[in-house]
Design a protein around this ligand. Structure first.
Ligand code: PEP
Length: 250
């Protein structure tokens, strides 16, 4: 059985003292964990702290964004190689909170995906539809365009050994998760879309579900055949809730 992957997205929460407590609790509760890999994506300033606390543990760390450019006069940006300097191995790309607030296009997001991949970071590409798009029945069309933009620019083989996170925008932070059937149906669609262009890439790809996952709904979601784990926002800020979700994955 393939290993599950559970990723904490701390968003813009935390400080040095609270992060230390939370990371130490993660270590105590989550190492080692059978059949499940755990990653925590922290705000940029805390990458060094994550590295110093998590090195030599089974928990990996990463960032929540990166620059689409490798180096240069881009004030305020952070490059892939800078993330690597702090031992990051994963990076979230195209989270809807960023895509909406900073008007990131699918092309911009695809460029970041490739930037991460070409520097040896594992990109976690977020895709998903709004409530209006779901109610209009066009959710697959919306997600297909997000996936196809990467395929069109770089080919389907770039999805090999990467992560896609299906995050319906209406489910993020709302307390209203997608049902297991809704999530499974979209995950199957995503895997099929990539498989039709590159079968091997689709097999090695992990597809996470994100959006109001909690310890109560996690098992129903994670038993679905195309759900390889979760991207967890709010519940990752509580070590015991995050543990509940990670244990559901095992
Ligand atoms: C997220 O922001 O990626 C997320 C899934 O948040 P939450 O778990 O709080 O819905």
């Amino acid at each position: 059985m393939p290993r599950k992957l559970v990723v904490a997205n701390w968003k813009m929460h935390g400080n040095l003292a609270s992060n230390q407590q939370l990371l130490e609790a993660y270590i105590q509760k989550l190492t080692p964990l059978k059949n499940t890999d755990v990653v925590v994506c922290v705000p940029y300033p805390y990458l060094a702290q994550a590295q110093s606390i998590l090195h030599n543990t089974t928990i990996a760390w990463g960032a929540q964004n990166l620059s689409k450019d490798p180096v240069g006069a881009f004030t305020g940006e952070v490059s892939a190689s800078m993330l690597k300097d702090f031992g990051a191995t994963y990076v979230i790309i195209g989270h809807s909170e960023r895509a909406t607030a900073y008007c990131e296009s699918d092309e911009n997001i695809a460029t970041k995906f490739m930037q991460a991949k070409s520097h040896g970071l594992t990109p976690i590409l977020c895709v998903g539809e709004t409530l209006i798009e779901r109610e209009a029945g066009v959710m697959e069309m919306v997600v297909a365009k997000q996936i196809d933009t990467v395929i069109g620019m770089y080919g389907a083989d770039v999805f090999a050994n990467t992560v896609v996170s299906y995050e319906p925008i209406w489910a993020i932070g709302s307390g209203l998760a997608a049902s297991a059937a809704q999530a499974q149906s979209m995950h199957e669609f995503i895997r099929g879309r990539i498989a039709s262009a590159d079968k091997e890439a689709a097999v090695s790809l992990k597809i996470l579900y994100g959006g109001s996952v909690n310890p109560q709904n996690a098992v129903q979601l994670f038993v679905m055949p195309d759900i390889d784990g979760g991207l967890i926002g709010k519940c990752s800020l509580s070590a015991s809730e995050f543990e509940g979700i990670c244990r559901a994955a095992t």
